[in-house]
Ligand binder design. Structure first.
Ligand code: SF4
Ligand code: SF4
Length: 145
């Protein structure tokens, strides 16, 4: 397997490499709460409307930024600034010069390994379509991704 990310900067990746680097954990698609005083970001167990909870993939990847205006586009330039990205996030890890975790699908060759390792939000999240926005605070999780 070509470990193409080793020793690379994110902006050196091809578009294809960029896409396959995502581990499919779905963690970044969980709704977040921001403390207005400290600016600290907290995750909730509520997933974006477009997230398929079973596959942990966006159900309309092509139109995601149109359908969900708050969906942030991840780019080589902004990864380091997004301190709320999970520590496991492949983009964050490569930006920090780290290798991918042993369960990453690019390492295992198995797209399911992110789920079997318990590192995705499969079976752990609820879609925001079932939640009133005012109730979001009740779904805050203390888990540190
Ligand atoms: S947290 Fe990172 S690796 Fe996981 S789904 Fe989001 S972008 Fe992909
Ligand atoms: S629109 Fe898709 S990629 Fe963006 S946060 Fe929602 S599920 Fe994730």
């Amino acid at each position: 397997m070509d470990r193409f990310w080793i020793g690379k900067q994110l902006d050196e990746l091809t578009p294809r490499q960029w896409e396959v680097l995502c581990d499919g954990c779905g963690r970044c698609c969980l709704q977040k709460l921001k403390n207005p005083t400290t600016g600290k970001v907290y995750y909730t167990s509520v997933a974006c409307l477009l997230l398929d909870i079973e596959t942990c993939r966006c159900s309309n990847y092509e139109l995601r930024h149109v359908m969900v205006p708050g969906c942030l586009k991840l780019e080589p330039e902004n990864i380091r600034k997004l301190r709320w990205l999970p520590k496991t996030c492949a983009y964050r890890r490569v930006a920090e010069g780290k290798d991918l975790p042993a369960w990453h699908p690019l390492i295992t060759g198995n797209p399911q390994s992110v789920h079997t390792a318990g590192c995705s939000i499969r079976h752990r999240a609820i879609s925001e379509e079932h939640i009133h926005p005012d109730d979001l605070v009740n779904f805050q999780i203390n888990e540190k991704f």
